[in-house]
Design a protein around this ligand. Structure first.
Ligand code: BEZ
Ligand code: FE
Length: 294
């Protein structure tokens, strides 16, 4: 067949990719062609606009290296990352809600004992974080591995200016103790703009959007026979909770930071200045239930 036109080219392209031997490749390819063609039909781009689109995607790819993943930022800022996350966590009843991983996770963060201070001397308001890890059926998960990471008092992650900071900071890996409980000391995280000096930042500006994320602490929690939990706890009252640039906020993940006076803290530490306390109980989905929901 030849002489394709506006009315016949979509069906021809769908029929061509339908030849894929792998059924999943076939399904994905068909949907890709159908939705791309529908997008072009709706937008009716001029040649100049189509070229600009190609250049935008080219620059997005060129911006990627081992430290910067502009395509993930694109997925995040268009709400696609949260959509994929939601689809993959259907029916996780009783478990802590999940949210975006983000680009600042470091595998193999330093292990630290419960109660450790992870601020590595950085300036900021002291924060005690306490909580527990349990299975969604209520069983405490002593020994669960808890990875935490968050931004500093200026809204930067250690990996964004490692030389200045002198190494990893505001991140650590803990093991939950008796009753699944954990606690550590750090400084209050601040809101920050996602990296916006590339094509995604220009896209946000063109769309009249800001690049900010509300202040949060990231958690990645793993325990045997349970689904890995990737989430954040957000700071109540933050100005960006309703306009997170990457759509990551969930009501159930917001907590007040309780201001407390200097003195003996709940973990027995004596503190000589006022501090804040953040408390969160996490619940993980048993592997069996996760498989059933998939
Ligand atoms: C973060 O929370 O670290 C993050 C998430 C998405 C894009 C940029 C940063
Ligand atoms: Fe973050």
């Amino acid at each position: 067949m030849r002489d394709f036109d506006e009315f016949t080219v979509t069906e021809a392209a769908v029929a061509r990719v339908r030849q894929a031997p792998d059924p999943r490749v076939r399904e994905i390819s068909e949907a890709l062609v159908r939705h791309l063609h529908a997008f072009v039909r709706e937008v009716e781009p001029s040649f100049e606009e189509w070229q600009q689109g190609i250049e935008f995607l080219t620059r997005t790819g060129q911006m990627c290296d081992d430290k910067r993943q502009e395509f993930i930022l694109l997925s995040d800022t268009l709400g696609v990352s949260m959509l994929v996350d939601a689809i993959n966590h259907r029916g996780a009843e009783g478990a802590t809600e999940t949210t975006i991983l983000g680009p600042f996770y470091v595998d193999a963060a330093p292990e630290a004992p419960l109660g450790a201070k992870i601020s590595a001397g950085m300036a900021g308001e002291p924060l005690l974080v306490t909580g527990s890890i349990a299975s969604s059926d209520g069983r405490p998960l002593a020994g669960a591995v808890i990875d935490v990471w968050h931004s500093d008092d200026d809204g930067y992650y250690d990996v964004q200016h490692l030389e200045e900071v002198g190494g990893l900071a505001l991140r650590a890996r803990f093991r939950a103790g008796e009753g699944g409980r954990f606690h550590f000391w750090t400084i209050k995280p601040k809101a920050y703009p996602i990296p916006h000096d590339g094509p995604v930042g220009r896209m946000l500006a063109a769309q009249g959007r800001h690049p900010w994320r509300p202040a949060h602490v990231h958690f990645m929690i793993e325990a045997p026979q349970h689904r890995k939990l990737v989430t954040h706890v957000f700071v109540a009252g933050d100005a960006y909770l309703d306009s997170d640039a990457v759509f990551g906020v969930k009501e159930s993940l917001i907590r007040e930071l309780e201001p407390l006076p200097a003195g003996v803290a709940p973990d027995g530490t004596t503190v000589d200045r006022p501090y804040f306390h953040l408390y969160y109980d996490f619940a993980l989905t048993p592997e069996r239930e996760a498989r059933g929901a998939a």
